[in-house]
Design a protein around this ligand. Structure first.
Ligand code: DP6
Length: 363
């Protein structure tokens, strides 16, 4: 109506290849290091947000998947920042806002779901999205994104930008969902504890400039082996730093580690880098693959794991000659238990945050 303002948006999670872990300023959500991510396809995992501002509302409110949620300090900071930048006159800036967000995948399970929720509400400003959740600022962009740590104390130079479009390189991400439970430790608190206690963190930070440069180069030159190796190394480094945190932070489970070992065995048996892996602040492991290898990778996973539904585009039929000869896959001859993968989601790279029509938001 004339007396209210409504915006609809959709976004998908992003997956960090070079992880953001540790802040130089907690209030402004300024990171210690640059990070690089791929934005996933919103067809499989999307967050839809409807934001309504009205003079009728007595207070700001937030609804997550149909249930009222707490308006956190971070959300207040986001709304305050938006109001300051409001260009539609004083009226709108003083109206209270109702934000309703729906996820189509488990929340708080380590796929940066909080990030997509913020990004789609606030997509036009990465510095605003950053105040909601640091990694959110990368979800605004299609394809590959880099968030710069920046140097200024006020954070105005800590912004995200696109490294390459989704069309530049048709990479696939196979999300191995190993547990839909909540994160063992919320990333905000866990990374603060790492900064306060880990003696390995400075070593991580000192090797990141080279790793970031290698990833930028791998993206520009579509060098899969290099991108996969850098991603695997950085994921391992993040979880090592988490283990060095005191008390330690554990995200990976036995099933996550079994997937990681599986990737190394498959790559070794194949004589090339078929897959890479990376895991954020949760037990799910995301595999990176080139389109021609998706079918092969899914087939090998099926041999090695007790695997639930496979969702998404499997690509062309497996060329069996490509399965490494003698590949049993489980690497545990004689062992009894096969680890469970609850579901396998096969994603393309996505389009970033989208302004969507009202009809689509309601669907
Ligand atoms: C492991 O963005 O959730 O996924 O800024 O405190 O909200 P806050 O943290 P958050 O941390 C994400 C950590 C990560 C790595 C990454 O996405 O870069």
């Amino acid at each position: 109506s004339d007396e209210s303002f409504i915006a609809y948006a959709a976004a998908a999670p992003n997956l960090a290849l070079i992880k953001y872990w540790g802040k130089r300023d907690s209030r402004l959500v300024l990171p210690l290091n640059n990070s690089i991510s791929v934005t996933l396809d919103d067809q499989l995992m999307r967050t839809v947000t409807i934001a309504t501002a009205s003079p009728e509302f007595a207070e700001d409110s937030v609804e997550l998947n149909g249930k009222p949620a707490e308006v956190t300090d971070r959300m207040r900071a986001v709304l305050q920042s938006l109001r300051q930048r409001c260009q539609r006159g004083q009226d709108l800036a003083s109206w209270k806002v109702r934000v309703a967000t729906r996820n189509s995948f488990p929340t708080a399970a380590g796929l940066a779901s909080s990030s997509s929720g913020f990004a789609d509400t606030l997509r036009w400003l990465s510095t605003v999205a950053r105040l909601g959740s640091g990694s959110a600022c990368r979800s605004l962009f299609a394809g590959f994104a880099e968030w710069s740590a920046g140097q200024r104390p006020d954070g105005v130079d800590s912004t995200a930008s696109q490294l390459a479009s989704a069309g530049h390189w048709d990479l696939r991400v196979l999300v191995c969902v190993v547990g839909a439970g909540a994160k063992s430790a919320p990333s905000t608190q866990a990374m603060a504890r790492t900064v306060a206690t880990s003696s390995l963190l400075p070593a991580r930070l000192s090797c990141l400039p080279d790793r970031l440069a290698a990833v930028r180069e791998a993206v520009a030159g579509r060098d899969f082996a290099s991108l996969a190796e850098m991603s695997m190394r950085d994921s391992n480094c993040l979880h090592a730093v988490c283990a060095d945190t005191y008390p330690p932070v554990h995200y990976l489970t036995d099933a996550s580690r079994a997937i990681i070992d599986f990737v190394h065995r498959l790559n070794e048996a194949s004589g090339r880098v078929v897959l890479g892996y990376t895991a954020d602040a949760g037990p799910n492991v995301c595999l990176l693959a080139q389109p021609a290898d998706v079918h092969l990778a899914a087939g090998c996973l099926q041999r090695a794991f007790d695997i639930g539904p496979v969702v998404g585009d499997l690509g062309e039929a497996a060329d069996n000659s490509k399965v490494p000869s003698g590949w049993a896959g489980d690497g545990s001859e004689g062992a009894t238990a096969r680890h469970r993968i609850e579901s396998l989601l096969i994603c393309r790279l996505g389009r970033g945050a989208l302004d969507i029509p009202q009809a689509e938001a309601a669907a």
